[in-house]
Design a protein around this ligand. Structure first.
Ligand code: AKG
Ligand code: FE2
Length: 265
């Protein structure tokens, strides 16, 4: 990692430690090897381990183990934060009847989108899963340990394009890989109705789909293989939105996708 990036990361960690408490040590002051927000297995049950923070807002990040570079945090936004985000979208006209069901914005992001970007960066840093080595992006083994490579996490701006998609019940999005005009490292924030997003390898001969449940308030991070070598789709036609054998109840779903446009030479 570049020296400036290390400094920026250390500075952000120090600020967060001051505000939220030290998440890397337990009550007797000994360093703990448990990362904040991870699910810890003990003899009898699974226990959610969260750091002792005054606001209690560290998040649980899970790798989708079948797909390198695909992670989800299902508790990024609280109920109140989801409502505030929807109000901001409403205020900016994204949700109005007259507007199309997809709206894009390039360049300077509105304040709420900047806040979302900072929240994602902060959450990745606090997860303890951020990579400290630029080599990891090329490594086969990095998905288990690397939530988002530091060269993506610390680029400025983290994102400079947003798209808001509004899906009525039954509506979805066809299988696709995001356009190459966008750089690596994409975030998708889900609001309102839950849905199942399916991932299919672009290389596989058999059409094996990996389902991922996107709940309201969740964020998905896609980078590397997940971004370039897997297609993602949401099929909300009857019969396709099954999770654990149950068809999901569909309401309107809104998503915010944050990406970074490649620079043209
Ligand atoms: O709505 C979503 O969750 C996904 C949107 C998406 O894949 C896209 O806009 O490229
Ligand atoms: Fe996409």
């Amino acid at each position: 990692m570049e020296e400036v990036e290390v400094e920026a990361e250390e500075e952000l960690k120090a600020i967060l430690r001051e505000a939220f408490g030290d998440s890397s040590s337990d009550s007797d002051g000994e360093p703990s090897h448990d990362r904040p927000g991870r699910v810890k297995a003990n003899d009898s049950s699974h226990e959610i381990v969260r750091p002792d923070t005054i606001f209690g807002d560290s998040h649980i990040w899970e790798p989708i183990t079948e797909i390198n570079g695909l992670w989800i945090c299902r508790d990024l936004l609280s109920g109140d934060q989801q409502s505030s985000l929807l109000s901001a979208l409403e205020k900016d006209g994204y949700l109005s009847e007259a507007s199309h069901n997809q709206a894009m914005r390039f360049g300077d992001l509105p304040p709420w989108a900047l806040e979302l970007s900072y929240l994602i960066r902060e959450s990745v840093v606090m997860s303890g899963y951020s990579s400290e080595s630029t080599d990891l992006i090329n490594s086969d083994e990095c998905n288990e340990t690397c939530l988002f490579p530091s060269e993506l996490l610390w680029r400025e701006p983290l994102f400079n394009q947003l798209i808001v998609n509004i899906y009525q019940p039954g509506e979805g999005i066809c299988a696709h890989v995001d356009l190459m005009r966008f750089e690596d490292g994409i975030a998708i924030i889900s609001l309102e109705s839950s849905c199942v997003m399916h991932f299919t390898s672009v290389e596989a001969e058999v059409n094996h789909k990996i389902p991922v449940l996107l709940t309201p308030g969740s964020v998905v991070l896609m980078w590397g293989e997940a971004r370039f070598l897997w297609k993602h789709e949401i099929n909300r036609k009857p019969g396709f939105q099954k999770w654990q054998g149950q068809e999901l109840d569909q309401k309107r779903r809104t998503s915010v996708t944050l990406r970074r446009l490649r620079q043209t030479e």
